[in-house]
Design a protein around this ligand. Sequence first.
Ligand code: NAP
Length: 280
Amino acid sequence: MILVTGVNGQLGYDVVKELNSRNIECLGIDKSELDITCSDEVSEYFFKLKPECVIHCAAYTAVDKAEDDRAVCYKVNVEGTQNIAKACKAVDAKMVYISTDYVFDGKGNIPFEIDGNIRPISVYGKTKYEGEIKVKEILSKYFIVRISWVFGVNGNNFIKTMLRLGKEKERLNVVCDQIGSPTYTFDLAPLLCDMSISEKYGVYHATNEGFCSWAEFASEIMKKANLKCKINPIPTSEYPTKAVRPLNSRLSKKSLVKNDFKTLPEWKDALDRFLIEIRG
Ligand SMILES: NC(=O)c1ccc[n+]([C@@H]2O[C@H](COP(=O)([O-])OP(=O)(O)OC[C@H]3O[C@@H](n4cnc5c(N)ncnc54)[C@H](OP(=O)(O)O)[C@@H]3O)[C@@H](O)[C@H]2O)c1
């Protein structure tokens, strides 16, 4: 049986859907069933359930809020991950830990390799990286999967925000110097399921194929949704946020290819399917 944390979030929701569609026995849980920051409860829960694998999607994901809320962010992303990893060790379960492009500093303009220079520049990025370290220290049967710019039907994301603002406004300023790849949870979920039933442990990057800036992403959303709103590209320096974000979020997918995992479809294709899906 596979346990999925963060089932009420974007990714956990689609992972459970995918496992169910494959008739793989699974259980999706969220904070109301198990608060991952309570180590005793986590270990007790695992002893009762004895999962073979955990796909750990739960996290503190409010990147800007984290700058003022360090302790809570640390508790969930570092201690919570450590609790899950220790419990996996105790019942000999595999662990799939979801990490982020924010572990990198965003310097340069070539894709980061999995062992690239790790230097997170935000509280959130630091805690996600410390989570990676805990997983590596505690387990040998682990997958660390770094993803970026996530969107899924279950939850709020950039696309949903753009669709709302696109209906309200004639023009929108969107940053054009942060480059990365959107990741559709519906496309990522099958890969995570493939990993969880394999023994090809290690660190991976997984996003939809192709790179774009947030401004290009926004323009494509407006075009495909037939919205008249014009996107005005601006540099990050004109859009200050609490947390500093990496300018270069390009991730190299070499480790996926090397291990015979399927890469994800192009992000524009993913966007088309997402827009159809949310239209219902
Ligand atoms: N979103 C992105 O753009 C992005 C980019 C790169 C990587 N990631 C990583 O991808 C993973 C999935 O992201 P997502 O966008 O699906 O996240 P999400 O929608 O924010 O969902 C995270 C889930 O974790 C739960 N959670 C938070 N604290 C918890 C606790 N103490 N105990 C148990 N559950 C708790 C949340 O529950 P509540 O809502 O009740 O707090 C929420 O349901 C995360 O590991 C994230 O760091 C995300």
